[in-house]
Design a protein around this ligand. Structure first.
Ligand SMILES: Cc1ncc(C[n+]2csc(CCOP(=O)(O)OP(=O)(O)O)c2C)c(N)n1
Ligand code: SF4
Ligand SMILES: [Mg+2]
Length: 254
């Protein structure tokens, strides 16, 4: 009989590094989902690479027992593009926050999507610059009071899904850190996709989605309800990709 048991366990994908995120940070949940998914993908650590920019999210490669690079702020998609050109046999994951990917790295993000480079981009959207202690980001909601916007943020936020669709990304999905199974499903489908895949992960940061130690209420999409009106679909675009159809309340199509 053929042995169908996984060749690796989630623990095989963990490093000896102490995980350094704030208590309650959603990054822990995303990390766990990724470590649980890897054995199911039946891939090799030696052929897997995590590349990040700078930020709390960008610490991710330290914690995955694979090849990895903690790169330069905003440049992870560019570094990953180079690696994908040289080594098309590798599984290349790109990890970054909303500041890393939508602000300083916005240019690199859209061009890697436009070129349909075979990389899997996970954008951890906590709607704040977490690492630098809480300045507003390009996905912060209007009126957000932060250290850099004491009277409230003035700018309408980017919707990363709309940006990705505008760049004609060939795979676009959205998930959130409180639904491990859905996260794993979206990451799996991104991995299966040939070409550039982007998954936006709504992510809890104590600095943006918690107040006085209390988690703000979320709707069924995982978005904090206080910012839903700004972020859910500001462009008015209908979600055209299967993976985002669950925003409408319907389960994702297979
Ligand atoms: C060239 C450069 N500019 C600015 C910074 C400061 N900086 C570090 S992380 C960061 C933003 C982090 O926010 P985000 O990408 O959303 O990640 P998070 O920490 O929220 O996960 C900034 C502005 C830097 N390290 N390098
Ligand atoms: S600052 Fe926010 S994103 Fe960074 S580790 Fe803390 S909770 Fe997580
Ligand atoms: Mg952020």
């Amino acid at each position: 009989m053929t042995d169908t048991s996984p060749r690796t366990e989630p623990a095989d994908w963990a490093t000896d590094q102490e995980v350094r995120w704030c208590p309650g940070c959603g990054d822990y949940s995303i990390l766990t989902a990724m470590r649980m998914l890897m054995p199911e993908l039946d891939v090799d650590r030696e052929n897997t690479v995590f590349i990040s920019g700078i930020g709390c999210a960008a610490r991710f490669p330290y914690y995955m027992n694979t090849y990895g690079m903690h790169g330069i702020h905003g440049r992870a998609p560019a570094i990953a593009t180079g690696l994908a050109m040289a080594r098309p046999d590798l599984d290349i994951w790109v990890i970054g926050g909303d500041g890393d990917m939508m602000s300083i790295g916005g240019n690199h993000l859209i061009h890697s999507l436009r070129r349909n480079v075979n990389i899997k981009i996970l954008l951890f959207n906590n709607m704040i610059y977490g690492l630098t202690k809480g300045q507003f980001s390009p996905t912060s909601e209007v009126g957000k009071v932060t250290k850099s916007s004491p009277m409230g943020s003035l700018d309408a936020p980017f919707n990363p899904i709309s940006v990705a669709l505008g760049a004609e990304a060939s795979f676009v999905a959205r998930t959130h850190d409180m639904d491990r199974q859905h996260m794993m499903d979206m990451f799996r489908r991104a991995h299966e996709h040939k070409g550039a895949a982007i998954v936006e992960v709504f992510q809890t940061a104590t600095s943006s989605t918690m107040e006085h130690g209390k988690v703000l209420p979320r709707n069924k999409t995982g978005m904090p309800t206080s910012s839903l009106s700004n972020m859910a679909n500001p462009s008015g675009l209908a979600p055209t990709v299967n993976s985002v159809s669950w925003l409408t309340g319907e389960p994702p199509k297979s």
